[in-house]
Design a protein around this ligand. Structure first.
Ligand code: G3H
Ligand code: 13P
Ligand code: ZN
Length: 323
């Protein structure tokens, strides 16, 4: 059975580690991520964006996640704790559909609206989630809801949010937002951004904002989107085998570790998975030009995804041996 994120975040906050939330679009991504989590005994959130749902189909995303949880029972008693989260839900209807279909966690992203409208739409989703899943966070059918306050720069659902349109989270709004909406976790903007081209100058995060938010809502689960690091290894492989990702730059792992130590409970990673996957396919197909069996190159890509996720668990999240 899939779980919600409440228990995961409670334990993560107490243990000063973070839960990795990895974006999935196909079977190999799910398998690579879950194999890494089983091996290192790490709880995990798999998440699907609107684009992922459009690509793979809602039924497939849910079935793949449930199958992974079921398979994990061969290795871990009761199976791996896996939550399935809608990433950046952009309307009440898209959130409702995922709630009705079996997602255990929903993100409503109304961060591009003003405060009042963000509260209104977020609360509408929370109310619906409570109607379907009940109000008791310790019950398995409870559905967790994440919202966003502040606005990240970068690519979201193929829309480029310019730096001018991005905004750091205003700590003064946080308590009121949490109180008025009843959300379970909150994505904050402290300098990360979506996509693989994050910083032109020195990478910097606004820990002062994070610390202020922490002091205002101590223990409340905070989420960092746009947290890929763009590992050099995969950049080099992609470049070596004909790709062009020049200028790609992520958040250094040390900066993410510091954010975790300051109380961030969920770290979102998508771009790094794409890089690892693409590196695997480019490398395999370049080195084996006569092989045209998709299982061969997808297997190599899946291995790189697994390697990447293990690195995240050990060097960024600290979520190993928590199951
Ligand atoms: O935050 C955005 C995620 O990286 C999802 O990207 O909309 O292209 O699936 P996507
Ligand atoms: P990255 O683009 O840094 O991987 O961020 C992913 C994300 O925030 C998904 O919601
Ligand atoms: Zn995001």
């Amino acid at each position: 059975m899939l779980v919600n994120t409440v228990e995961m975040f409670k334990k993560a906050y107490a243990g000063k580690y973070a839960i990795g939330a990895f974006n999935v679009n196909n079977m190999e991504l799910v398998q690579g991520i879950i194999e890494a989590c089983i091996e290192l005994r790490s709880p995990v959130i798999l998440q699907a964006s609107a684009g992922a749902i459009k690509y793979a189909g809602l039924t497939n995303i849910i079935a793949l996640t449930k199958a992974a949880q079921e398979d994990s029972k061969k290795f871990i008693k009761g199976g791996l704790p896996i939550a399935l989260n809608l990433d950046h839900g952009d309307s009440f209807e898209s959130c409702k559909l995922c709630i009705d279909s079996g997602f255990t966690s929903i993100m409503i992203d109304a961060s591009h609206y003003d405060f009042a409208k963000n509260v209104e739409l977020t609360k509408k989703v929370v109310d619906y989630a409570r109607r379907v899943g009940g109000k008791n966070p310790s019950k398995p059918k409870y559905i967790s809801v994440e919202a966003e306050l502040g606005r990240l720069a970068g690519i979201e659902d193929n829309i480029d949010v310019s730096e001018a349109d991005s905004a750091f989270t205003d700590p003064r709004e946080v308590s009121e937002f949490v109180k008025q909406t009843g959300v379970d976790s909150l994505a904050i903007a402290i300098g990360t951004s979506h996509g693989a081209f994050k910083f032109k100058g020195e990478p910097k995060l606004r820990y002062d904002i994070l610390e202020q938010i922490q002091s205002l809502v101590p223990g409340f689960p905070l989420v960092l989107h746009g947290a890929s690091s763009v590992p050099q290894k995969y950049l080099d492989i992609i470049t070596k085998y004909g790709g062009d990702v020049s200028g790609a730059r992520g958040v250094p792992e040390a900066l993410l570790k510091k954010a975790t130590s300051l109380g961030v409970s969920k770290i979102n990673i998508d771009s790094d998975l794409r890089m690892a996957f693409t590196a695997g396919i480019r490398e395999f197909t370049a080195q084996n030009p006569s092989n045209f069996d998709p299982r061969s190159y997808l297997k190599h890509a899946r291995e790189y995804v697994k390697e990447l996720v293990k690195d995240k668990i050990l060097n960024v999240l600290g979520s190993d041996n928590k199951v």
